[in-house]
Design a binder for this molecule. Sequence first.
Ligand code: SAM
Length: 236
Amino acid sequence: MNLILLDPSEVKGAYAYLTDTRRITHLREVHRACVGDYYTVGLQGGKMGKAQLTELLDTQATFTLDNLNEPPPPPLPVHLVLALPRPRMLARTLEHVTALGVKNITLLHSKRVEKSYWQSPELRTEKIHHHLVLGLEQARDTQLPNVTLCKGFRPFLEEQLSELLKDRRGLVAHPGMPNACPRNIDGEVLLFVGPEGGFIPWEVEKLLEAGCEGMHLGPRILRVETAVTALLSRLF
Ligand code: SAM
């Protein structure tokens, strides 16, 4: 927790009040917090700055806020379309990509996505929100990503893809493609990452037909969470 991310409901005038066990325990056990210490805080969706811990009880931590006038870091110019991974991988991937600055995420069904993953508790709004918050706290950011669920590949192709590609360069990460993933690119990207079993040839063909470019990351096949991190660092 490199940033204390404040929900607007936790702020009253110049004070912020945390009452959840997770952050109070983290302050005590990881930061070894003492009254008088200063921490970096940020208002969800807003600015960041310093705050002094003025009271630390078992059930409440009180901070006095200085001017919160620092903007959060800039977002990455990418909309990530991620074939829904298994629940634990989803949780970690959401945290990593949020920490890296992704602000738009579509979780997509594809042929090799296990249908039962769509029933996972990890897809509940509050669970997704929790992983996004952990990513923001890690990276010191305040802007939550938008996460959209899309349970059909064909409806995505027919109803959303052309609109998303209007002002973005579409890139499909797929092992075995002839071209390597580009580096340090400018402009907005629509990045597709497949499921653990990969995209099927028909899906790749349809994405390429729609105007996306296929690309690879070398001969090593990476896990989804590793591939996403490697792709984002290489692209931007
Ligand atoms: N057996 C699958 C295949 O060959 O497509 C492996 C899928 S991989 C575990 C999951 C996703 O990560 C892939 O669909 C792709 O989007 C991305 N990925 C992993 N390694 C990659 C690589 N070397 N090149 C391009 N994409 C990769």
